[in-house]
Structures are given as structure tokens and as C-alpha cells.
Design a protein around this ligand. Structure first.
Ligand SMILES: [Zn+2]
Length: 232
């Protein structure tokens, strides 16, 4: 995923870490800059007879703050190192104040999904993103469009998107229905990476659409005053 990238480490002093490649966050968890960190310290613990935990301390070259990543080295092989976690976790996604005020629940669930994605829990993240979008579109319909609450709540995500966001049907294609559809995930199905990327692609589009509509409903006070001055 794009929040992780493969990074080559070189610790000439230790053969154990020399020229290994590990996945680490592509952006600094402190300043959010895209970066290639300087790895300054490392340590290993035996986890069981076959696996060990590798811990690395990195420094961001932009803000000079430290962060730690943990990895599982399987069969104690240099080529088989799995990313586990980063501390602090990558910063939460930022949304406009309009979106935050319209649906605090969306922000909460989206960030839970975002956190799951960072831990490589894509199934949980996928379900979370879909639920977050459902809260956003329904809160938008009820609070901003003043639609009947019971009616809005009874609709499926796709119906709500079509009725309140994509009113001209330009975005809600069959593929979108499939990706966002409730029957897309069921017990035993392996979530494919491409489906997850598609889900995020459409998610971003719908969030932007709702944000644009909110901006149109709530223009800045300053621009209203300018309009009044122009009219008078
Ligand atoms: Zn930084």
C-alpha cells in the first residue's frame, strides 16, 4: 500500500541487518512528509524457535523526530520480514471542518479503518471504510439536505449515494455498486488487493463530492458579504 514502502537498510557493523529490505511508512508519522528515514538503532528478540521480532529506530530527515517500527522475521531469513507496526502510528487523515461537523462518526470510523489499513488488516479496513462512507452520506442527507431521518436510515449505502450525492447517476456505475455492495464481502472470501484499492478510489471520489456539496451549501461568510456589497 502507498503508506508503506520498501526500504533498504544497511548496518555494516552487523551482518544480521546488513542489506536487508523492510517495509516502513512512506510518510513521517510526525510531520507527514514523504521521506526516506535514517535508521539509527536496531534490536532483535527471539519470538519462537523459528521467528524473531526486529525493532528499528528511525529518524525523519525533515523534522528529525524519531519513530519505531517492529517487524517479524520469519524463519530468521533476511528476505522474509513482515511489517507489524509503527509507533507513533501515521497521523490521522485530515478532513475539512465542514465534513467533521456534519459527521463526527464518519471521522471516527474512517480513522479506525485507516489505522487497520496501516496494520495491513485490509479486510477490517475495507469494511470500516464502507461503514464510514455510509455514516457520511446519511448524516449529509439528514443534517445538510434535511431529508427524513427514518427514510435515509432505511436505505442501503448505494441507494443513499445515488439519491443524495450522485443525483445525476454519473458516478454510480455497476462497478461501483459491486465494489460498495454489501454482498462484496462475505465469510470466507479473500479480499483482493485490487478490490481494496478500487474501494478506496471510489471512497475518495464520494468524500470529495460530499465535501463539495457541503461547501456549496455553506459558502464562507466573507464571500456572502462581498456579494451583498456588489448587489448594493
Ligand atoms: Zn518528520
Amino acid at each position: 500500500m502507498d503508506f508503506l514502502k520498501m526500504n533498504s537498510l544497511s548496518f555494516p557493523a552487523s551482518n544480521h541487518y546488513h542489506q536487508i529490505k523492510i517495509l516502513i511508512p512512506s510518510h513521517c508519522p510526525h510531520c507527514s512528509q514523504a521521506m526516506k528515514p535514517i535508521t539509527t538503532k536496531s534490536h532483535s528478540y527471539n519470538y519462537n524457535s523459528k521467528e524473531e521480532i526486529n525493532i528499528f529506530l528511525h529518524q525523519c530527515p525533515d523534522c528529525f523526530k524519531n519513530f519505531v517500527t517492529t517487524h517479524l522475521r520469519k524463519n530468521k531469513e533476511k528476505e522474509n520480514i513482515e511489517f507489524i507496526s509503527c509507533y507513533p502510528s501515521t497521523r490521522k487523515s485530515q478532513f475539512s471542518r465542514l465534513v467533521e461537523d456534519t459527521s463526527p462518526k464518519f471521522i471516527d470510523i474512517y480513522n479506525q479503518a485507516f489505522s487497520s489499513e496501516q496494520q495491513n488488516h485490509f479486510e477490517v479496513a475495507g469494511v470500516g471504510y464502507r461503514l464510514a462512507l455510509e455514516f457520511l452520506v446519511k448524516d449529509f442527507a439528514i443534517k445538510a439536505l434535511k431529508q427524513d431521518e427514518a427514510e435515509v436510515k432505511s436505505k442501503k449505502l448505494f441507494e443513499a449515494l445515488k439519491d443524495y450525492v450522485d443525483t445525476q447517476g454519473a458516478l454510480t456505475s455497476e462497478e461501483v455498486v459491486r465494489v460498495l455492495g454489501n454482498d462484496f464481502i462475505y465469510y470466507g472470501q479473500k479480499q483482493e488487493q485490487i478490490e481494496f484499492n478500487l474501494l478506496k478510489w471510489y471512497l475518495d471520489i464520494f468524500i470529495q463530492q460530499i465535501e463539495t456539496k457541503l461547501k456549496l451549501l455553506h459558502p464562507p461568510v466573507a464571500s456572502q458579504q462581498v456579494e451583498k456589497q456588489i448587489q448594493s
